[in-house]
Design a protein around this ligand. Structure first.
Ligand SMILES: [Zn+2]
Ligand SMILES: [Zn+2]
Length: 519
C-alpha cells in the first residue's frame, strides 16, 4: 500500500447507537453519508475497563493486562496505596504514530487523550489543549515545544473547564449546565477551526484529531435526555434535553467541513472510540455486599470500613485545597498525588487486614482485589485452592443478585481478570470484575444469601458513563469493499493504520491489520 495520506478523526465516547439513530433521523448528514456509502465496522472494545483502558489499548494494540492502564485510580503493585492510573507516562509502549514517524512519515496528532508529546517526532503534536479530563493525564504541551503558545495565541483556550465535572463536586444547577453546554459547543467550533488549520497546512502524511466534547456531553447531560434516569426532569429546557444530540450534530457538521476539499490522495477514517449510556450500576452497594458475605471475618471496631476509604478516594478532588486544584488543572505530578493520598488518609487503611476488598475501577463495572499471599505485602489468602474457592464464592454470590425493582438479575456477568485479558501485568488488575445490568437504575440489591442492601444512588454527579462498543467508518479507495465479517477490535486499529502506510508492525502488537484480515 502506501502513497496515500490518511486522516483519522475521532469522536471520544460518542455512542454508536445514538449516532446510527440520529443519522437515520436525518440529524447527522455527514455520518449518514458515511454510514451508507462506505466501509462500516463495529468495534469490540475491551470489557470492563472502558474509562481507563480504551485509548492506551488503541494506541499500543495491547490489552490492559499488557499495558497495565485501566482506571483513574489503581493500586500500586506491592502496596495498599493508590496512584493515578491514567498519567500519560504510564504507557509502557510508544503510541502507533511513533512508528509512523520513525518510518519517515510526517504525523500531526491533536488532542489524543492520555498522551504526552513524543521526543524526535517527525511532525507536530498538541496535547491537552481540549481533551476530556486532560488535567489528570499530562500538562498542556506540544511538539515542537513552542507550538502550544502559537495555538493559544491563534485560538485561545478551549472554553470548557479542565475537567467537565462541577468544580466543587456538587450537582450543578440547570443554569450551570447551560453554561457548560455553551462552553462545550464553543469548544466544538474552536476544535474544528484548530483541526482545519493544521489539516490545511498539508504538512502531514498521517493526521489524527480528536473531538472530546462528545465525551463530556455524555457524562454530564445524559439525564436531560433519558426519561429512565432518576434525575430526569421533564421541565428542563429543550436545549438541555437535546444537548447530546445537538453536540453530535455540531460535530457532524464540523466533520462535513473538515472532509470537504479532501484531496484525492487522502483517505479518511472516522472513529467512535467507545460508547455512552445511562450511568446505571450497583458498584456503590458492593462494599456492603462484601461485608454481608462475611468473607473478612470479624473486624476490629477501630478499623474503618472500606466504604470509608472509598469515600475519601472519591472525594479527593473535593477536599484538596483550591491552590492544589489549580495545580491539578495544569497536570498533576505523581509525587503531589502521593502526598495528597497520605494527607487524605490519616485513618488506618483496613485493606491489609482483609481477605478481599473493593478497589476503584470505573464504577460502571465493579472491581474486587484479593489480598493474596505472595502478591500483597500482607496477603491473607493462600494461592491455589483458597484463592479459587474465594473467587468462586464471590462470583456465585454476585451472580445471584437481583434488582428488587425489576425482579431481574442485576449482574450481567462476573469475570476474573485472567478470563478477559492475558499479559505480563495481569496481576496489577483487580481479580474480579462485576458487570452490572446497565439498563435500569440500581437502588438496591437482593438475594437469599445476603438479604436486601439499599444504599441510595451512586456517589457521582455524572449521569452518563461508558457502554461497550465503538464504530469505524472508512472513506476512500482502500475502504471500498467489506473488510471483515465480524467486528474489529480496539487492538486492531493501530496495526491497520501502520499497514495502511506499509510500516511493519512491532512484535508486541496483539491486534491484526484489518487490511491483512481481508486479503
Ligand atoms: Zn469517561
Ligand atoms: Zn469531560
Amino acid at each position: 500500500m502506501g502513497r496515500s495520506r490518511l486522516v483519522v478523526l475521532a469522536l471520544d465516547a460518542a455512542d454508536s447507537r445514538m449516532v446510527r439513530k440520529w443519522a437515520g433521523e436525518g440529524c447527522l448528514p455527514t455520518m449518514a453519508r458515511l454510514l451508507t456509502a462506505n466501509e462500516v465496522l463495529s468495534i469490540e472494545t475491551p470489557a470492563a475497563v472502558l474509562e481507563g483502558a480504551i485509548w492506551p489499548t488503541l494506541y499500543t494494540s495491547t490489552s490492559p493486562a499488557t499495558h497495565g492502564m485501566y482506571a483513574y485510580l489503581q493500586i500500586t503493585p506491592g502496596t495498599y496505596d493508590m496512584r493515578l492510573g491514567l498519567r500519560a507516562d504510564r504507557l509502557p509502549f510508544p503510541p502507533f504514530w511513533d512508528f509512523l514517524s520513525r518510518a519517515g512519515l510526517r504525523v500531526a496528532v491533536i488532542d489524543a487523550p492520555l498522551t504526552r508529546p513524543l521526543g524526535n517526532l517527525n511532525g507536530i503534536q498538541v496535547v491537552n489543549w481540549g481533551a476530556h479530563d486532560g488535567a489528570w493525564s499530562w500538562k498542556r504541551s506540544s511538539r515542537p515545544r513552542g507550538l502550544i503558545d502559537e495555538v493559544l495565541m491563534r485560538f485561545g483556550e478551549h472554553p470548557a473547564p479542565a475537567t467537565c465535572d462541577s468544580p466543587n463536586y456538587s450537582v450543578r444547577a440547570d443554569f450551570d449546565f447551560e453554561e457548560l453546554r455553551k462552553s462545550l459547543f464553543l469548544g466544538i467550533e474552536k476544535k474544528s477551526a484548530l483541526l482545519s488549520h493544521f489539516l490545511k497546512t498539508g504538512e502531514w502524511d498521517f493526521f489524527f484529531g480528536v473531538f472530546s466534547e462528545s465525551h463530556c456531553l455524555g457524562h454530564q447531560f445524559w439525564h436531560f435526555m433519558d426519561s429512565r434516569h432518576p434525575r430526569y426532569n421533564s421541565k428542563a429546557t429543550e436545549s438541555l434535553k437535546s444537548s447530546i444530540k445537538d453536540g453530535y450534530t455540531a460535530i457532524d457538521s464540523a466533520l462535513g467541513t473538515l472532509l470537504e476539499n479532501r484531496s484525492s490522495d487522502t483517505q479518511t477514517m472516522i472513529l467512535l472510540s467507545h460508547g455512552m449510556g445511562p450511568y446505571f450500576h450497583g458498584t456503590h452497594l458492593l462494599d456492603e455486599i462484601l461485608e454481608r458475605l462475611d468473607i473478612n471475618g470479624p473486624q476490629p471496631t477501630h478499623v474503618i470500613s472500606s466504604h470509608g476509604v472509598r469515600k475519601s478516594i472519591w472525594e479527593l478532588k473535593k477536599i484538596v485545597p483550591k491552590t492544589v486544584r489549580h495545580g491539578l488543572n495544569s497536570g498533576i505530578s505523581g509525587r503531589l498525588f502521593n502526598s495528597l493520598w497520605h494527607w487524605s488518609h490519616p485513618a488506618f487503611n483496613p485493606w491489609p487486614q482483609m481477605r478481599a476488598f473493593q478497589v476503584p475501577a470505573n464504577a460502571m463495572t465493579g472491581a474486587i482485589r484479593v489480598n493474596l499471599e505472595g502478591r500483597e505485602p500482607n496477603g491473607k489468602v493462600k494461592q491455589g485452592r483458597e484463592y479459587r474457592s474465594l473467587l468462586d464464592r464471590l462470583s456465585e454470590a454476585l451472580m445471584e443478585l437481583e434488582n428488587p425493582e425489576t425482579g431481574k438479575n442485576a449482574v450481567e456477568w462476573v469475570a476474573e481478570a485472567g478470563e478477559l485479558f492475558q499479559g505480563p501485568r495481569l496481576s496489577e488488575l483487580p481479580d474480579l470484575f462485576v458487570e452490572w445490568d446497565h439498563n435500569t437504575a440500581i437502588r438496591s440489591l437482593r438475594s437469599t444469601r445476603i438479604g436486601t442492601v439499599t444504599g441510595g444512588s451512586p456517589r457521582t454527579q455524572r449521569t452518563g458513563s461508558h457502554w461497550a462498543g465503538g464504530l469505524l467508518l472508512g472513506a476512500g479507495a482502500q475502504f471500498k469493499k467489506p473488510v471483515l465479517d465480524g467486528p474489529a477490535r480496539t487492538v486492531d486499529i493501530a496495526p491497520t493504520i501502520l499497514n495502511f502506510f506499509g510500516v511493519p508492525r512491532p512484535a508486541f502488537y496483539e491486534g491484526q491489520s484489518l487490511f491483512e484480515a481481508r486479503s
